[in-house]
Design a binder for this molecule. Structure first.
Ligand SMILES: Cc1cc2nc3c(=O)[nH]c(=O)nc-3n(C[C@H](O)[C@H](O)[C@H](O)COP(=O)(O)O)c2cc1C
Length: 208
């Protein structure tokens, strides 16, 4: 299936079947998030993979009645870091140094550039920036899932504080940005046959 065919096949699932995804399917979804690009490459987030039915259920009261958070194969949560620190950036630079086989001091300019951008931001600005990075990971996840015939529903309709508590994210310095139940669509999900509404080519594209 081409990527365009996959994007036509996918839709935001309203009702998942009882089917459970295999561990290999989940691992591949995780890998798509792991490989997603981010600004500077710093990936200021973690991916929470919720398998435990009790934990999924604990998210229900905070999801504005969207029961797919519990009635899905797995609930994935993209959670951004609430603070980006000098330490985070140093750890990242150390990883780059190892992966690219470069001495640390060859990366000084890069580290200074990242620090002078991110460390001067207010907490709110850092959070907005970190959330933007989560959305890139989400796009990569949704596209990979569609190509693999795995169903998804990206969700921002939830109470952030409630989900943070239910998942114990506060203690980890994280905050939920996007929920994404994954699984297999139910045969009775009427949303599957709903026509897509998208901008036309002419409304979308500005040719200069
Ligand atoms: C960031 C984001 C947040 C969304 N939040 C919700 C949500 O809370 N609940 C829901 O049912 N759908 C949610 N959606 C799904 C959109 O409503 C859906 O993608 C859009 O209407 C286009 O339809 P389609 O994806 O089925 O083609 C969200 C989508 C995105 C990308």
């Amino acid at each position: 299936m081409s990527v365009i065919d996959a994007l036509n096949w996918r839709y935001a699932v309203k009702k998942f079947s009882q089917s459970t995804l295999t561990q290999m399917q989940i691992n591949d979804l995780v890998e798509s998030v792991r490989l997603a690009p981010s600004a500077y490459g710093i990936q200021p987030y973690q991916l929470i993979v919720v398998t435990d039915p009790k934990v999924k259920k604990a998210c229900l009261p905070h999801s504005y009645g969207q029961d797919k958070v519990a009635n899905c194969s797995h609930l994935l949560v993209l959670a951004h870091k609430k603070h980006i620190t000098h330490h985070d950036i140093s750890l990242f630079i150390e990883s780059v140094s190892i992966d690219q086989n470069k001495p640390l001091n060859a990366l000084n300019d890069y580290q200074n550039q990242i620090e002078s951008d991110l460390l001067v931001r207010t907490t709110e600005q850092q959070n907005n920036w970190a959330q933007q990075q989560c959305y890139i990971a989400l796009g990569t996840l949704l596209t990979h899932a569609a190509v693999s015939k795995i169903d998804t529903c990206p969700m921002t309709g939830f109470d952030v504080n409630g989900i943070n508590q239910a998942l114990g994210l506060n203690d980890k310095g994280l905050s939920a940005a996007i929920l994404c139940p994954v699984g297999i669509r139910d045969q009775d999900d009427h949303a599957a046959s709903r026509a897509k509404t998208r901008l036309s080519y002419n409304d979308l594209v500005v040719s200069l």
